[in-house]
Each structure stands twice: as structure tokens, then as C-alpha cells.
Design a protein around this ligand. Structure first.
Ligand code: SF4
Length: 237
């Protein structure tokens, strides 16, 4: 009788850069393979975003020196794996580019309040852990095509924060356990909220009692990004 080959142990899922600025519990759910509840609106937005994403990458070639598109980022020590939308060369330096699209209302709000933390954190991972000279966060209004771009430079406080958060998420992943909730207004738009609350009213009550996100350790400050002098940037149209 033929001997059965022993099954290879399944490799643990790697940490996706898009989880960088998320609630720890959400990240662990992702690492453990929990599903997401995507609404029709979200699916439509994802579909539109994917086609705009392609157009953006094509348009970069006409305005920048493109080093690569969908550039892999892997760090085996930290067990991170992902792809950077684009890497461009500016004055002989490599810059990581992250592109996002937003609805008109959110885009308008962003002019006043600066970039979304999750987006900024994802770019911070590319710049600080990927070792890039700098980064650009490009956000496009899905309705009007208008774009805002924020430049980012390396910052050791981001490296420290990201490494600690990733290690904490992977510790729970190894134990196959979920950390406590990090309740905040972000729960309202979370596509795994049903794993945290019995009902919408339960969720809303928790948000009312604790609206601010308070990750441990405390996240680096990004409020200085609200200054229009920082984000107005020529070059990407
Ligand atoms: S509902 Fe809130 S606490 Fe639960 S995973 Fe989502 S963001 Fe985290």
C-alpha cells in the first residue's frame, strides 16, 4: 500500500499593509481568515475604485518616472507581504505611491481634516519598513476626478508603532484568540462589526460611550497633515 505523504503545516497568513491603521481586533480577524460583510454600496465602490486605480497607474507614466507598478513589499522577519501601487523616481530617490478613491462628501471633509489615518498608516509602512526615501498618498474624488496628494517622509516613531502593532496582532494570531474591541466611531463602518456587537443599537451605544479610537500604544499624530500648505503638491494630475 502506498504510504501517505505527511501534510505540510499551513503557513500562517501574512500581515497585509492595508491593516496597518486598523483596530487590532480587526487585524487579528483578518489574520485568522474571518470573512467580511460587504454591502452592495461597498462592492460598487470597490469595483469603481479598481477601474480608477488602473487609470491612475497608466496616467503616472505621463507625469512621473515610474520605477514599477504593483511593486512587491515583503518582510519575512515581520511576516508582512503586500504590493505598493507604484514606485516612482524623483531626483534619483525612490518614492512609494499609495492611491485611494473617496466619495465626494468624504473627499471634501478630507480637505479640512487631512488624510484618513488608515491610508496614512499604510503608506507609513511602505516608507518606514519598506525603506523608501519618501511616499505620496494620492486621494481621488470618485465623482469629480479631483486629486489631493500628501507627501510623507520616514519617521522612526511610525516604525516603532507599526512594529509593535504588527507583533501584537501576530501574537493573537498564534494563540488563535481575538483581542478586546477597540471601540470608536470606526466601528460604524467596519465590515466585521457583527463579530463585535449583537446588534446595531448595541454598537451605537458602545460608540456613544467611547467615540475616540485609543490604540495601544498611542498612534503617532497626523493632525499636522491638516495644513493645506503640506498637502498642496504639483506633479500628479
Ligand atoms: S467593530 Fe470596532 S472593535 Fe470590532 S473589529 Fe470593527 S473596528 Fe474593531
Amino acid at each position: 500500500m502506498e504510504e501517505k505523504k505527511p501534510k505540510r503545516p499551513k503557513k500562517p497568513k501574512t500581515f497585509a499593509p492595508s491593516l496597518s491603521g486598523r483596530c487590532l481586533r480587526y487585524s487579528v480577524m483578518d489574520l485568522l481568515g474571518f470573512g467580511r460583510q460587504l454591502s452592495d454600496d461597498t462592492l460598487t465602490a470597490m469595483h469603481e475604485g479598481a477601474s480608477l486605480h488602473k487609470q491612475f497607474q497608466q496616467s503616472l507614466a505621463t507625469s512621473c518616472d515610474v520605477v514599477g507598478l504593483e511593486v512587491p513589499l515583503k518582510n519575512s522577519e515581520l511576516r508582512i507581504s503586500g504590493r505598493i501601487d507604484a514606485v516612482v523616481r524623483e531626483h534619483e530617490h525612490c518614492i512609494a505611491v499609495e492611491y485611494k478613491t473617496m466619495r465626494d462628501e468624504k473627499f471634501s471633509a478630507m480637505r479640512m481634516t487631512g488624510p484618513v489615518f488608515d491610508h496614512w498608516a499604510q503608506l507609513a509602512l511602505y516608507v518606514n519598513i519598506g525603506g523608501y526615501y519618501g511616499g505620496w498618498l494620492v486621494v481621488e474624488n470618485r465623482g469629480t476626478g479631483e486629486r489631493l496628494t500628501w507627501p510623507q517622509t520616514p519617521d522612526p516613531s511610525w516604525t516603532e508603532w507599526l512594529v509593535q502593532r504588527i507583533a501584537a496582532a501576530q501574537e493573537y494570531q498564534e494563540k488563535k484568540a481575538l483581542p478586546l474591541r477597540e471601540v470608536s466611531v470606526k466601528c460604524r463602518h467596519c465590515d466585521r462589526w457583527q463579530r463585535c456587537f449583537k446588534s446595531e443599537s448595541d454598537r451605537e451605544a458602545a460608540i456613544a460611550a467611547h467615540p475616540l479610537w485609543e490604540p495601544v500604544p498611542q498612534a503617532p499624530d497626523i493632525t499636522w497633515q491638516n495644513d493645506p500648505a503640506v498637502w498642496r503638491r504639483e506633479g500628479i494630475q
